[in-house]
Design a protein around this ligand. Structure first.
Ligand code: GLN
Length: 500
């Protein structure tokens, strides 16, 4: 396909390029598969594999760290060899394989299935995000709104996927599925979702013009195929090694010590090939990445300390109705994203028409201030605790609303920024670096969470105080980061050149 068609894609009228919908739905189903599985992991390890809570938590942390760390590797191979499209295809195939293995024999093939999913997500996740960026011309102000829309798709998938655990537990569809096969069906649902994701992409990829084609098109067919198949074979060969590392949390620590410095060295090496303007933008991108580690380290308390906090110290009355505080903890964030991302997108587009849209640094700064406000609200919960030691679920949900606004000012904007600030040949790699920051964020979140975990002998009131004091400290860290960002924004802006 010719360049003109790329121009046709990028010269779209209205709010969104129409190709964004195919990426939206493909990513929605992939996140259904991913979050469906993520939601089942810890429960399954304790309930079916009979691990104790501590081991299961560590294992869970290890899988999350690995998933996001592999996005760095997936992005790198997309830039150098496969291109985004083939990476997506290959990633989806690996994820389908992993989910099928889990569906066939979840107990015996647990770590094998998870490993396929980890490597598959690495090839899929960063590269579909990079493709969204390519639908826009360099200075198109509608790009952030596009990423916000894409982000709603992510969260619709996450929200619905979060429910498939109920199939495994037997609280949904129990009358149709024999008890012994419940978990097989639950993991099977992930496989089906991933299959739909792949199909959606395959059916609509023609509309993407030249976007996402292999960077090696100028080489001979034989050379192209040799490189391509080496990546596929390499990915399969590392399965046993990754499986070994994921099933042993100590190896995860080593892996995390190595992958970060390695990615930095590679980053610097790539920079030596760029001109000064390109490098200034990359340094700006890198600063955004570093700040995002702090953001995720606090935000990701959601999966750790906040879920334990919800279990013991949050009541079950939400606006007069009775509901499970852990369900609120797990799904309200996604629900709020779905409700508010389009709205924020529309506001951004309207503001940009009036030339009044805040730039990305200010958006990031606001994200941290909102995160601080949200964690201060979690701290305030201690003053709402009744005789039974349970605090207000309404205030808890309100804090999640504020967290979500913070996330919306940072996470989709970060995706958008990576595509704006990276030269074409480093797009996949930088998107991978962005997600690698999430891996470190998850990792630090575990350490933060552990640092505010009360010991067994504390009384319930003491425990409530220990947790909430921790949240107040996190609020302070967030506010410091936000103020710092806003303070250095003039310097930051210079690095970014014309990019907003
Ligand atoms: N929730 C978002 C997603 O799944 C962001 C994840 C992250 O970067 N930590 O894409």
């Amino acid at each position: 396909m010719s360049q003109i068609e790329l121009a046709q894609i990028q010269n779209f009228e209205g709010k969104y390029p129409k190709q964004i919908w195919s990426l939206f739905f493909s990513e929605m189903w992939e996140r259904f598969c991913f979050y469906g599985m993520r939601g089942m992991l810890t429960y399954f390890m304790v309930d079916q594999l009979l691990m104790n809570d501590k081991v299961a938590n560590l294992q869970y942390g290890a899988t999350q760290a690995f998933v996001y760390a592999f996005t760095f590797i997936g992005g790198l191979f997309a830039d150098k060899i496969l291109g985004f499209r083939k990476s997506l295809f290959w990633g989806a195939l690996l994820m389908i394989t992993g989910s099928i293995l889990l569906a066939i024999n979840p107990k015996e093939w647990f770590f094998l299935g998870i490993t396929f999913n980890i490597i598959g997500t690495g090839f899929f996740k960063p590269n579909i995000s990079s493709m969204v960026g390519q639908l826009y011309k360099e200075n198109d102000t509608r790009r952030d709104a596009g990423f916000l829309l894409f982000y709603s798709g992510i969260n619709i998938g996450a929200f619905i996927g979060g429910y498939i655990i109920a199939i495994g537990k037997g609280t949904m569809f129990a009358s149709f599925i024999p008890e012994a096969l419940r978990w097989n069906f639950a993991f099977g649902a992930s496989a089906v979702a991933m299959f739909i994701s792949l199909l959606t992409f395959m059916l609509t990829k023609k509309s993407l013009g030249t976007i996402g084609l292999s960077p090696l098109l100028n080489l001979s067919q034989t050379k192209q195929k040799t490189y391509e198949y080496s990546v596929y074979i390499g990915a399969l060969l590392v399965v046993p090694l990754v499986m070994l590392m994921v099933s042993n949390a100590t190896y995860t620590d080593y892996f995390m010590y190595i992958i970060g410095p390695f990615s930095l060295l590679y980053f610097v090496f790539e920079m030596t090939k760029n001109n000064l303007e390109e490098n200034k933008k990359l340094i700006a991108a890198f600063l955004f990445i570093i700040f995002s580690v702090i953001f995720w380290a606090i935000f990701e308390q959601a999966g750790g300390s906040l879920s334990l906090f919800a279990k013991d110290y949050v009541g079950d009355k939400l606006m007069g109705l009775t509901t499970d505080p852990n369900a609120v903890n797990n799904s309200f964030n996604a629900l709020f994203v779905i409700l508010f991302a389009p709205l924020i997108g529309i506001v951004f587009i309207a503001l940009s028409k009036k030339k009044a849209e805040p730039n990305s640094i200010i958006k990031f700064g606001l994200a941290f201030l909102l995160l601080g406000l949200a964690f201060y609200t979690f701290y305030l919960l201690r003053f709402t605790a009744g005789e039974d030691g349970k605090s207000s679920l309404n205030i808890f949900a309100l804090a999640y609303l504020v967290v979500t606004f913070g996330e919306l000012f940072l996470s989709p904007i970060g995706l958008s920024l990576m595509t704006k600030l990276s030269p074409m040949r480093m797009q996949g790699f930088m998107m991978g670096m962005w997600f690698l920051a999430s891996a470190y964020g998850q990792y630090v979140a575990g350490l933060f969470g552990a640092s505010i975990s009360p010991n067994e002998n504390s009384s319930p009131t003491e425990k409530l105080t220990i947790y909430t004091t921790g949240y107040k400290d996190f609020a302070l860290y967030a506010v410091i980061a936000g103020v710092l960002l806003i303070a250095i924004s003039p310097f930051f802006k210079k690095l970014m050149g014309g990019v907003k």
